[in-house]
Design a protein around this ligand. Structure first.
Ligand SMILES: Cc1cc2nc3c(=O)[nH]c(=O)nc-3n(C[C@H](O)[C@H](O)[C@H](O)COP(=O)(O)OP(=O)(O)OC[C@H]3O[C@@H](n4cnc5c(N)ncnc54)[C@H](O)[C@@H]3O)c2cc1C
Length: 481
């Protein structure tokens, strides 16, 4: 096999593509993970609710229902092996009137049909005993003990790193521009560059329909549906569990949830949009979040909001995940239309896609030296005094705090860059530098200095998240230290 020939090319380095890459890396195959963005986790996997759903919401018998319940079963083990935060805090869907009570009963029955464990219908008082900050107007709730919270971009990064440690190559900043059949393989063109792959996995999120069409499969389309969020500062968390309102035809509704990092958020809205790349936050979105979150949790402190953001769901025209070998091209394996609960489902989708790659004709021999575990970057703030002293003794850069809000050290930032961070947001997602109350106001220039030094790149070339997101346009004046 030449340098540019692969058994499998995975298009899309979101949580779906990265989980598939990790699952595939157990076998002796040559695989490459391709993404248009300059980092992994830059699509929907960057901005979502971070819930590992129990699975009562999906239509019984659907692919989504199967993947959700299996994904929930696998998630904790994946997080443990990959050192990704995970908290099985449970969830409540709350109801305020008789119509809501009927919806909750339906959800409960769907859950039973889907094989969801640990569900219970509660009265308003029973729900408030679980979650004291709930509105006094809540009359009924559905409790799901198997629901959990995680960190979606940490999960994606961890899967990608573990896959790379086990031999999968990364090609980032490489937008796939065409796919063509050539000598029993698929030529994957990324602008001027290209590679040959025996099998292609389409995990391109909201753009998966465009990738599919490149090989003549136009059996589905993907529409973008935006969700906006407000994130609260740490110390302002007043919920212990995930609090949903009853779902509507537009989705699971606006929820209030703790995060694994000790923050709390309200969101997402649900609005069909025209532009697949539109992650803007709007005044209407914020007004809706304010009203709906206060309805669930009247004591929510909206003065503690430190940032707002939005993610875009990939809504498939089929109404279900599209997972299978393409009928138009047997070398194309679809992992498309992965809307919510795609994060939850990612380990299960990875199992299924690898089974399909084998079914499509690739023989998969287990790798003798496969390592399923990945170590996290040391988190200085969570270490004991003795451990901190030991770390600083080994590497004095762990003794220099760069992000004061989150207590993130230079040592952690340098390690993030060593592992692949190339942008300010890449450092932020790997370490939390810039995720605190000041949102990088203090540490961003210092993070840039470290990036510039470690990458050997001038400050003026550094970006926030790749592409045209340059942070400096030029230098006004050089000053001595
Ligand atoms: C608002 C919101 C809330 C959600 N909440 C939850 C939740 O709580 N729990 C849950 O389980 N799920 C949730 N989801 C769903 C979950 O986020 C997604 O299902 C999941 O992130 C999809 O991952 P993906 O890898 O398929 O897509 P993405 O993360 O979007 O990745 C696709 C990648 O493909 C790349 N790409 C596209 N076109 C090309 C090309 N031509 N060449 C190269 N690369 C390309 C993109 O750059 C992108 O990185 C939510 C989603 C949203 C938007």
């Amino acid at each position: 096999m030449s340098v540019n020939e692969y058994d499998v090319a995975i298009i899309g380095a979101g949580v779906t593509g990265c989980a598939i890459a990790r699952q595939l890396s157990q076998y002796s195959v040559r695989a490459v993970l391709i993404d248009a963005a300059e980092d992994v986790a830059m699509g929907a996997s960057r901005a979502n609710s971070a819930i590992v759903h129990a699975g009562y919401d999906c239509k019984p018998g659907s692919c989504e229902a199967r993947m959700n319940v299996r994904g929930n079963e696998l998630f904790e083990t994946w997080c443990r092996d990959l050192s990704v935060p995970f908290n099985r805090c449970g969830s409540l869907v709350i109801g305020f009137d008789d119509d809501d009570a009927k919806t909750l009963q339906d959800l409960y029955e769907r859950g039973l049909a889907n094989g969801v464990p640990e569900m219970k219908l509660l009265s308003g008082d029973e729900a408030r005993a679980v979650e004291p900050s709930l509105s006094p107007l809540v009359t009924k709730a559905l409790w799901a003990g198997s629901a959990a919270i995680t960190c979606p971009y940490q999960m994606t990064i961890a899967c990608a790193e573990n896959a790379r440690d086990n031999g999968v190559e990364w090609r980032l900043g490489a937008r796939v521009t065409s796919l063509t059949r050539e000598d029993g393989c698929i030529r994957v063109a990324m602008g001027e560059k290209s590679l040959l792959a025996r099998y292609v996995v389409n995990a391109a999120g909201v753009y998966a329909d465009e990738i599919s069409r490149m090989l003549g499969d136009d059996s589905f389309t993907i529409s973008p549906r935006k969700g906006e969020y407000m994130l609260m500062d740490r110390k302002n968390t007043c919920v212990r569990t995930v609090v949903f309102q009853t779902p509507t035809k537009m989705g699971k509704g606006i929820l209030v949830s703790p995060t694994v990092d000790g923050n709390m958020f309200a969101g997402p809205t649900s609005v069909d949009i025209a532009d697949k790349g539109d992650t803007s936050v709007t005044a209407e979105g914020i007004a809706q979040l304010t009203e709906k979150s206060k309805k669930s949790v009247p004591g929510i402190n909206l003065r503690a909001v430190i940032t707002s953001f939005a993610g875009v769901r990939a809504q498939p025209s089929t109404g279900d995940f599209i997972i299978g070998i393409s009928k138009a091209e047997p070398r194309l394996i679809q992992a498309a239309g992965i809307c919510s609960p795609g994060l939850t489902s990612s380990p299960a989708i990875a199992e299924e896609i690898v089974r399909l790659i084998e079914k499509a004709g690739l023989s998969l021999a287990p790798k003798a030296d496969y390592c399923p575990t990945r170590k996290a970057i040391p988190e200085f703030r969570h270490l004991s005094r003795e451990e901190q002293a030991e770390l600083i003794e080994r590497d004095p850069r762990f003794g220099r705090v760069i992000c004061r809000c989150e207590t993130i050290t230079e040592g952690e930032i340098v390690e993030a860059i060593r592992r692949g961070a190339r942008t300010v947001d890449g450092v932020k997602r790997r370490t939390r530098a810039g995720m605190g109350r000041c949102q990088g106001g203090f540490c961003m220039p210092r993070v840039m200095e470290i990036l510039s030094r470690e990458l050997g790149a001038p400050m003026t070339e550094l970006t926030k998240f790749g592409g045209g997101s340059r942070l400096l346009t030029g230098i006004l004046k050089e000053v001595d230290d």
